[in-house]
Design a protein around this ligand. Structure first.
Ligand code: ZN
Length: 289
């Protein structure tokens, strides 16, 4: 099953809707970074939110989300582009906290307040945009919602969900965003609010195995929507040995000579995907030449 992001309009184009299944993406992130369950949920929710926000971009545009809390996971960084290529990592992957009072993974405890959420957007032909808000809950859905309201002045409702199996593998991951478009009526907004009240937990819906369109119907109701697209999304990092070779060259000849002399090679690890690249003495010598 490929992960997909569904984009739709609802209530006569007054509401923009994104619904995401990111189970494979978060599974790959968990496996690559060997995260423990609370860190998996924190990183996974950040990846889900980044995928949804990146879904609002076009063409070659891309963005980065930084969750900078003061809890045990440390910083969480994710980036993504309009094509649905998303990657991310957490500073401290080995975090497994007790479940919270609701019996859920304690993402707020792992992220930790105080902190901030920083979003940077790189939109073609314009200056990079960056917005920052303080973390208000640490559960992340509320924090991304707050960011949308404050920095982008777009009233939104965001849901993020990651369920982890007892063996640390990812059971389901996904989320949604509803955005109120300019000109939306009070009636539409209150109808939607009432639906969201009754929705229950998004994770329960994902666990039932509903399709994206069925999830959309749960959110906005039957006959109320128009699907624009269902695009594939994935965990994808564009790093390569050649790229790291280029950045190694910037450390300078003496440093590289020291790597040959003292370490007989070098290993470079990509933060984003945890891929390990080995540079032999011969590889390093070639960089000097
Ligand atoms: Zn990488």
């Amino acid at each position: 099953m490929t992960d997909k992001l569904l984009k739709a309009l609802a209530f006569d184009k007054q509401i923009r809707v994104y619904v995401l299944d990111a189970t494979q993406m978060v599974t790959e992130a968990q496996e690559r970074h060997q995260t423990w369950h609370t860190a998996t949920a924190a990183l996974g929710r950040t990846l889900v939110a980044t995928t949804i926000l990146a879904g609002t971009l076009k063409g070659e545009d891309r963005m980065t989300a930084e969750v900078l809390g003061s809890g045990p996971v440390g910083h969480i960084i994710a980036d993504g582009n309009a094509k649905g290529d998303i990657r991310g990592y957490v500073a401290n992957p080995e975090v497994a906290l007790e479940l919270n009072a609701d019996g859920k993974l304690d993402v707020a405890g792992a992220v930790g307040l105080p902190g901030s959420l920083v979003i940077r957007k790189y939109i073609s032909d314009t200056e990079p945009f960056s917005g920052q808000v303080p973390l208000i809950s640490g559960e992340l859905a509320e924090d991304f919602t707050y960011y949308m309201a404050l920095s982008e002045q777009t009233p939104s409702s965001i849901g993020l969900s990651v369920l982890v199996n007892p063996d640390e593998s990812v059971k389901t991951a996904g989320g949604f965003m509803l955005q109120v478009m300019p000109g939306a009526t009070e009636e539409t907004i209150s109808t939607l609010e009432a639906r969201l009240e009754k929705l229950g937990r998004f994770s329960d819906l994902l666990e039932k195995g509903l399709t994206l369109e069925e999830l959309l119907i749960e959110l906005v109701g039957e006959n109320q929507y128009e699907i624009l697209t269902e695009m594939p999304v994935r965990f994808y990092c564009d790093c390569s040995k050649e790229r790291f070779a280029k950045s190694l060259m910037t450390v300078g000849r003496e440093e590289i000579e020291a790597m040959i002399r003292e370490d007989h090679g070098a290993e470079v690890v990509c933060h984003f995907c945890n891929e390990h690249y080995q540079f032999s003495e011969a590889d390093l010598q070639e960089l000097i030449n």
